[in-house]
Design a protein around this ligand. Structure first.
Ligand SMILES: Cc1cc2nc3c(=O)[nH]c(=O)nc-3n(C[C@H](O)[C@H](O)[C@H](O)COP(=O)(O)OP(=O)(O)OC[C@H]3O[C@@H](n4cnc5c(N)ncnc54)[C@H](O)[C@@H]3O)c2cc1C
Length: 345
């Protein structure tokens, strides 16, 4: 009907106008985004993955606000207000936020969402973010997108599937997009150059369904695994927990963090928080040294984005050599002490 009563010129103009509108619409879409990044911290310091999440949020094109919820978190508010790209810091302080329990943070995020109507809510894909955002998404009745590695547009994200063997591009049609961000896939936002204003937000009454009692963290003078520039990891080839001392000695020379394969963790050689891989931590250091690790896909999923990979394995057919930049076919019990001794010189 429309076609038959319009001249060619009319139709051309109409189609140009529609295209033009669509282009402008995309631009408008980007400008109208507003993203809330839920900050992870310990009341004293911001956890580095929040900076990666801020970079991801900035790629969406609109305003980026950060929510800092804690018990006494003025120092974190100060740090985050200087982060480049952050427009506003929303602050909520209450005793019930001790330990960042998702049962307590979720009502706060829902209240904040009611007030500000963000188009996106995100956090780092750490234990904190993975614990919190699915609950927020369920309460908002939207499907979250987890562990994204790229943002194509405000509604299209890329994430890995099949232990990192395939990439899936996901279009999210939800009114509020909720996602977690893989820290190693986005640069950290600069910690200087920003001047965000801070604003108190009303805290919802405590849910009171769970209580944070205590946490016992492994104390280590070594760098933290996910942010270390150098990681030395050991596998089942180490044969015992005592033998990990070889790796600690090498790591001390390189100012490196020490990681492990799941086989080494399951065998009880080292604690669970050292596990690298699909069901462990994702790392992407400048240098990753895999010692006595075969290179199963689930392990590679956690370290294959490292800039330089060195593998030491006595089996020349070990799959780890397929991803390694430098491979040493050798007995680790001979090679590792030799490397440490060479660094002593
Ligand atoms: C659902 C699921 C999730 C998983 N998640 C993870 C994960 O997050 N992280 C992870 O690592 N694994 C994970 N796994 C387990 C994974 O499939 C492998 O079993 C595991 O990574 C193997 O660990 P490894 O390489 O230390 O042990 P092995 O495969 O037993 O390899 C030991 C290697 O040490 C070498 N070696 C032995 N002695 C010496 C020596 N003297 N000198 C030099 N080399 C030596 C051997 O040649 C061998 O290549 C997962 C598995 C499943 C099913």
């Amino acid at each position: 009907m429309w076609r038959s009563c319009c001249s060619f010129t009319d139709r051309l103009t109409a189609s140009l106008t529609r295209t033009d509108f669509m282009c402008r619409d995309t631009g408008l879409l980007q400008r109208f985004q507003s993203t809330l990044v839920v900050a992870e911290h310990n009341n004293e310091k911001l956890t580095p993955i929040t900076l990666n999440a801020i970079t991801a949020a900035s790629k969406l094109g609109g305003d980026v606000s950060c929510l800092v919820a804690g018990t006494d978190c003025a120092k974190v508010v100060e740090q985050i207000s200087k982060v480049k790209g952050v427009k506003k810091v929303l602050v909520a302080q209450h005793a019930s936020f001790k330990g960042s329990l998702p049962e307590e943070l979720t009502p706060l995020i829902l209240e904040t969402q009611k007030q500000f109507s963000f188009t996106h809510i995100c956090a780092g894909a750490s234990a904190f973010g993975k614990n919190l955002l699915p609950r927020v998404a369920a309460k908002l009745d939207v499907a979250p997108v987890s562990d994204i590695i790229e943002i194509k547009s405000p509604d299209t994200f890329v994430r890995t599937i099949y232990a990192g063997n395939a990439l899936s591009t996901v279009k999210c049609n939800e009114a509020i997009k909720i996602f977690t961000v893989r820290g190693t896939s986005f640069e950290a936002a600069p910690t200087e150059g920003g001047s965000a204003a801070s604003e108190e937000v009303a805290t919802a009454s405590p849910a009171g369904v769970s209580e944070w009692l205590e946490q016992n963290l492994t104390k280590s003078d070594r760098p933290e695994l996910t942010s270390a520039k150098v990681v030395v990891s050991g596998g089942r080839g180490l044969k015992s927990g005592e033998n990990f001392k070889l790796l600690y000695d090498l790591a001390d020379k390189l100012n490196a963090a020490v990681g492990a394969s799941r086989a080494a963790v399951d065998a009880g050689y080292v604690p669970n928080d050292m596990q690298v891989g699909q069901t462990g931590k994702i790392v992407a250091p400048e240098l990753y040294i895999a010692v006595g690790i075969s290179g199963a896909i689930q392990h590679l999923a956690g370290m294959k984005d490292s800039k330089t990979i060195v593998a030491i394995n006595k089996d020349p057919e070990a799959p780890i050599f397929q991803v390694a930049d430098y491979g040493l076919v050798a007995d680790l019990f001979k090679a590792v002490p030799e490397m440490t001794a060479a660094l002593n010189k």
